[in-house]
Design a protein around this ligand. Structure first.
Ligand code: FAD
Length: 281
């Protein structure tokens, strides 16, 4: 297994002091595995602006792992984005995950001046040159609002050409869609690393709800098995761990340049997969 692969863990900023303490505890546990970076999500429209900023700075300073803020453009003005970029740059942050974002329902129309993630990537390059390593999002199963796969691929390629250094995928449960996506974009000249986003399976109803919202497919054979376990949490977790481990193994064997874990601020589910894969740390 190549040592150059990169591994990362994603968190979301919490609203409560207790939640934040838990996040830091989890980050300390995960730091022992020497990931390449942590990332922290951003509520489109700026709802987590300060919390994302503070969490990222704390992860860097107290947990000692490079941290990458997510930044979305759909509800922020250029002036707000410029200010945040300057704060991150001054604090020594080197990596950023650039997104369009989705405004939460009830927040009305997008008020941002930048419409697509590609606009944000260009904006970051204009404002800060080569300072940031820019990650963008990729959708092997197609973004849910895309008109068709062709269009989505075209927009992804455009976003990469705007200045992205690497990409992280939406989660999926079929390695084939990842390899197919990779082949399609590589044919269009994309040669940046595209790292699979890995979602551990721990709770079926939450996962089903979330997957419907973000357009991630839970294959029928997985869905049926999880439904059959009903509220038997231990069986759901054991089956989920096996399924996600086997898929991750296939991804790495097929050449995936690393893995990005959606931790949902929990250590154990990601670490179980990490340990099963005997990742080289
Ligand atoms: P884009 O790349 O702009 O694409 C969105 C849609 O617009 C696609 O259908 C695309 O085909 C289309 N499109 C792109 N360019 C054009 C164009 N020029 N003309 C017409 N159509 C176009 N959301 C958050 O709010 N906060 C987060 O922290 C967050 N983190 C994420 C992390 C990862 C790794 C991923 C995969 C997603 C994350 N999201 C987050 C969700 C993301 O914001 C949504 O999926 C959003 O709907 C799209 O964001 P994007 O950056 O992919 O947008």
């Amino acid at each position: 297994m190549s040592q150059e692969r990169r591994y990362s863990f994603e968190f979301f900023p919490t609203k409560t002091e207790a939640g934040h303490e838990k996040l830091l505890n989890v980050a300390h546990q995960l730091a022992a595995f020497k990931p390449d970076f942590f990332s922290c999500t951003y509520g489109a429209g700026g709802s987590t602006r300060d919390r994302t900023l503070n969490t990222v700075l704390q992860l860097e300073r107290e947990v000692n792992i490079p941290a990458a803020p997510h930044l979305s453009c759909v509800g922020d003005t250029k002036a707000e984005l410029r200010e945040l970029l300057a704060q991150y740059k001054d604090a020594g942050v080197k990596r950023i995950v650039a997104l369009r974002g989705d405004l939460p329902s009830g927040m009305g129309m997008a008020s941002g001046e930048l419409r697509h993630a590609s606009d944000l990537v260009s904006f970051i390059r204009e404002e800060t040159g080569a300072h940031f390593h820019i990650e963008v999002a990729a959708y092997p199963e197609m973004h849910p609002q895309a008109r068709n796969f062709e269009d989505d691929i075209k927009h992804f390629v455009h976003k990469v050409k705007a200045g992205a250094d690497s990409a992280i995928t939406q989660y999926f449960f079929s390695a084939d869609c990842y390899f197919y996506f990779l082949e399609r974009v590589q044919k269009q000249g994309v040669d940046i690393p595209i790292v699979p986003g890995i979602m551990p399976i721990t709770n079926y109803s939450k996962l089903a709800r979330f997957s419907d919202a973000c357009g991630a497919e839970i294959p029928r054979w997985i869905r049926k098995q999880l439904e059959a376990y009903s509220d038997d949490t231990a069986s759901i977790q054991a089956f989920g761990e096996q399924v996600v481990t086997e898929m991750s193994e296939r991804l790495l064997q097929g050449g995936a340049p690393g893995l990005h874990f959606y931790t949902l601020n929990q250590a154990e589910p990601s670490l179980a997969i990490w340990n099963n894969l005997k990742l080289p740390r």
